[in-house]
Design a protein around this ligand. Structure first.
Ligand SMILES: *Cc1c(COP(=O)(O)O)cnc(C)c1O
Length: 397
């Protein structure tokens, strides 16, 4: 019996069955390849859901974490620590924003962003508490009650009602639909700059600029969720930087720590000056020295390894090869994406079967929405990796 079968069966006897996991037990990683406990190799175009930007086994990254472990892992937020200072400075330097709060996950970053927006509105309106937030259909912001409330997917929400009140939904990339939902109670508009889980939909430039204009006119806060599309994935540190539209609040996670669980919500000056104050928000682990040493090293390595330049250079090749596939197969009906966040829409065939077959063929890709094959590889992929991916994918159709 392969080792993986035994481990899978034992795991299923103790963990809560909330995932339909693929039948693979992963053990090692090297660059853009993963290896399972039976020594089968996989080319990884999923990166642990857009997390492992630097690839697996980056020695400088691993060494930085080991060094921090030998110093101190945790202090709590009752005290200062040096990695926190460094990680915060680097995140602000690369975003041009003003203040950051580190969390343990993307979901928690969204929770913090919602609280900051509500507090800003509370202060502005002398203690009124009937504010509304506009979110987008087909969005994904997380599974806790606040983040779930702004996640535009009724299927995820249904069994967990009543959710947080005051949320209205609009159509992504439809400015009129957003305008219809605006009222004098609207305090924030939340959206992903590039929708990820919903099926890889980049914001149209006119749409996001139009939303920003409404926000400025009415002093509504724009919250951009960059948890999946941020940290270099689209060819700039943050996707909004390519639209010339600055958020009031941004959320980050996934590749921010490249595998160490860490997220952040980041505020501009205006929002930071009049929102959360001591006593309003907190976390025991968030921003601890180990997590922040990871964030700090990730920014250093992005600079040293010129990751953003590499994403810009390799993207046209990935797009070209995906477009060639589209031209060849009738059931591939659209390619959407920005940088190394790409999706192929599949019509008339189950995406799940393709993803499963790819895994058997030693290729990790994941789905998005109901009908999209998602490509979110480590940001260090080469043209050879792209060629190998295309070959393995075609063999899986
Ligand atoms: C993954 C994701 C989240 C949730 O992040 P977690 O770290 O899983 O809590 C929120 N928003 C977007 C856009 C995501 O892709």
């Amino acid at each position: 019996m392969p080792k993986s079968r035994e481990y899978m069966e034992r795991t299923e006897q103790s963990v809560l069955h909330t995932y339909n996991r693929f039948p693979v037990v992963l053990e090692n990683g090297e660059g853009v390849y993963l290896e399972d406990v039976d020594h089968k190799k996989y080319l990884d175009f999923g990166a642990g859901i857009a997390v492992f930007a630097l690839g697996y086994g980056n020695q400088a990254y691993n060494d930085a974490l080991k060094a921090q472990i030998d110093k101190i892992i945790h202090t709590s937020n009752l005290y200062y620590n040096v990695p926190l200072m460094e990680a915060a400075e680097k995140l602000l330097q690369h975003s041009g924003m003003s203040r950051v709060f580190f969390t343990n996950s993307g979901t928690e970053a969204v929770e913090g962003a919602i609280k900051a927006a509500r507090k800003y509105a509370y202060n502005k309106d002398n203690g009124r508490t009937d504010h509304e937030i506009i979110a987008m259909n087909h969005s994904f912001h997380g599974r806790s009650m606040g983040a779930l409330s702004v996640t535009g997917n009724p299927h995820y929400q249904e069994a967990f009602k009543p959710l947080m009140g005051g949320v209205k939904f609009a159509e992504f990339n439809n400015l009129d639909s957003v305008k219809e939902q605006i009222s004098d109670r609207t305090c924030a508009i939340i959206m992903e700059t590039v929708q990820g889980e919903g099926g890889i939909y980049p914001a149209d430039p006119e749409f996001i600029k139009g939303v920003k204009a409404i926000c400025e006119e009415k002093d509504i806060l724009l919250i951009l969720d960059e948890i999946q599309c941020g940290m270099g994935r689209t060819g700039s540190y943050f996707a909004w930087q390519q639209y010339g539209v600055e958020p009031d609040i941004m959320t980050c996670a996934k590749a921010l720590g490249c595998g160490v669980p860490v997220g952040a919500f980041v505020l501009n000056e205006k929002t930071a000056a009049s929102s959360l104050v001591p006593g309003d928000h907190g976390t025991t682990y968030g921003g601890n020295p180990l997590a922040c040493a990871a964030v700090s090293k990730v920014f250093d390595l992005f600079e040293q390894e010129k990751i953003i330049d590499h994403v810009k250079a390799i993207t046209p090749y990935l797009e070209k090869r995906l477009d060639e596939l589209m031209a060849k197969y009738d059931f591939l009906t659209a390619r959407r994406g920005m940088g190394l966040m790409q999706g192929l829409a599949v019509t008339g065939r189950p995406v799940g079967a393709i993803v499963k077959k790819a895994l058997e063929n030693g290729l990790i890709v994941i789905s998005a929405g109901t009908d999209v094959i998602r490509f979110v590889p480590p940001l260090i992929i080469t043209e050879e990796n792209v060629d190998e991916m295309i070959e393995k994918l075609e063999a899986s159709f």
